[in-house]
Ligand binder design. Sequence first.
Ligand SMILES: [Zn+2]
Length: 110
Amino acid sequence: MEKVAKKTVQRVKHIPQRTCVGCRTVLSKRQLTRIVRSPDGVQVDQTGKLTGRGAYLHDRRSCWERGLKGALAHALKTELTAEDRERLQAFMETLPEESGELSVDEPLSK
Ligand SMILES: [Zn+2]
């Protein structure tokens, strides 16, 4: 065992950390998208200025899918309406496709 100096050096800039409700990973805020439960429904807060109860999701489709399956509603203590879902799903569509666990062999031409 090595001796570890127990001095906590606070040289690192404080970066706010949030938990992705999809995979429960703690990440810096900039890697996450804020979703807010506003009076107009649950929506993506791209400006970071909307007020309301917020939850965070990674820019990974798998996390969004998990979020839409219930994690988000749970985190926001609400239920997603069909409209909310549509909005969130539309945003999810803009995220890059993932290779790996979610390989969907969809033909690109429709
Ligand atoms: Zn995640």
